[in-house]
Design a protein around this ligand. Structure first.
Ligand code: FNR
Length: 382
């Protein structure tokens, strides 16, 4: 059965995902921290930026391709690291890697994934990027790096904006746990979405895959999650970053940069790329929109390292806005997960294709033939 033709944009995919997966999972994907003000600011700031219509040019051939850390890609996009993707869809991370690979786009595997890095090697067997948090227990961090290396990770993405866990009210109210716990409320909700439970019978895992092999056998998933929650290193000193840089033999990208000063630090630490990100409004509440932080950062380190960005992207025109403000490529977070939640791997593939097509149309209507034609003067801020 093909995809529902009414799923014509990310908004429609989000709505379908909301009706198709358990509420606790949907809210985990959809929500932000505390008052969700950074979450909404990411969108408001993007909407404020208007694209300038340019006409009477030759835009018959448009080229969206570029290179991301030396890899030729057909569009300036990659998949953001997202935890618990394997609860949105069975074996979600393996399926997502396969889709990204088919589309020629980098896939970043989250530390907090359901499928482990080893599962990726077994199920997909193609190169990918691994996202890591620096853990207080350095043996644990090294264990994650070793697994990443042997399973085909080429690039390490170090996320530095989660030194403590910000509270997401929706998760607290839903009693989100891994694996999902049955409560009266979740059972009632589940009865309206029986397909999800049936699909999940095919899941190889329902707990945290990357953590499972480190802790003593028999450690319950709940205690595992509790232990990991205490492990995020708040002491991100030069020693800590230097330690992980030396422990990884390959390119490094630092994710979670919001100021030019921190971008400069990341470059000094030896990063080959940075991700301008506020974690999609899931960490610091009351913060600036990523799109507004980007220009000063790109001015500081653009040209020296690759500058990637994310947070709030729901259309190809949003990607255009990020590129116009100095990003080399964008990470796709929720937009991809809405696709997966709406229709599994085919839905994810559809989400990425929609974004790409929308970017292509935005380029044609602003008179751009290649990504290098996308410049700040094609944006109007009112
Ligand atoms: C994330 N994000 C994230 N980032 C990271 O470095 N490691 C992680 O494990 C996660 N997990 C995660 C789960 C979910 C459900 C979401 C939505 C996000 C942040 C992610 O990589 C990216 O920065 C944001 O998703 C970008 O914002 P948008 O595009 O989703 O609005």
């Amino acid at each position: 059965m093909g995809l529902d033709p009414r799923l014509t944009d990310i908004v429609a995919l989000r709505e379908r995902a909301r009706r198709r997966i358990p509420r606790a999972i949907f809210d985990y994907v959809d929500g932000g921290s505390y008052t969700e003000s950074t979450l909404s600011e990411n969108r408001v700031a993007l909407d404020r930026l208007r694209l300038k219509q340019r006409v009477m040019r030759d835009v018959s051939n448009r080229d969206l391709s570029t290179t991301i850390l030396g890899q030729n890609v057909p569009a300036p996009m990659m998949m953001a690291p997202t935890g618990l993707t394997g609860l949105v869809h069975p074996n979600g991370e393996v399926e997502a890697l396969k889709v990204a690979h088919r589309q020629g786009l980098p896939f970043i595997h989250s530390t907090s994934a359901i499928c482990s890095a080893d599962d990726l090697a077994e199920g997909a067997g193609v190169p990918y990027w691994f996202q890591v948090y620096i853990m207080k227990d350095r043996d644990f961090t090294r264990y994650l790096l070793d697994m990443a290396k042997r399973s085909g990770a080429t690039t390490l993405v170090i996320t530095v904006d989660l030194v403590v866990n910000a509270l997401r009210h929706r998760d607290a109210v839903n009693g989100l746990s891994v694996p999902l716990r049955l409560t009266g409320r979740s059972v009632l909700d589940g009865m309206t979405k029986p397909g999800w439970a049936l699909r999940m019978l095919r899941a190889k895992r329902v707990g945290f895959g990357n953590y499972a092999g480190y802790l003593p056998k028999g450690t319950g998933t709940q205690s595992m999650a509790k232990w990991v929650a205490t492990q995020f290193e708040p002491l991100l000193t030069p020693e800590a970053i230097g330690w992980i840089r030396d422990a990884w033999d390959g390119p490094i990208v630092i994710k979670g940069i919001m100021t030019p000063e921190d971008a400069r630090l990341a470059v000094d630490y030896g990063a080959q790329g940075i991700v301008v990100s506020n974690h999609g409004g899931r960490q610091l509440d009351g913060g600036q929109a990523t799109i507004d932080a980007l220009p000063a950062i790109a001015a500081e380190v653009g040209g020296q390292v690759q500058v990637y960005a994310d947070s709030g992207i729901r259309t190809g025109a949003d990607i255009f806005r990020f590129l116009a403000r100095g990003a080399d490529a964008c990470l796709i977070g929720r937009a991809a997960l809405y696709g997966m939640g709406a229709a599994g791997p085919a839905g994810l593939e559809h989400a990425l294709t929609l974004l790409r097509n929308e970017l292509d149309v935005a380029m044609a209507l602003t008179g751009c033939r290649s990504l290098s034609d996308i410049s700040p003067d094609l944006l109007i801020q009112d």
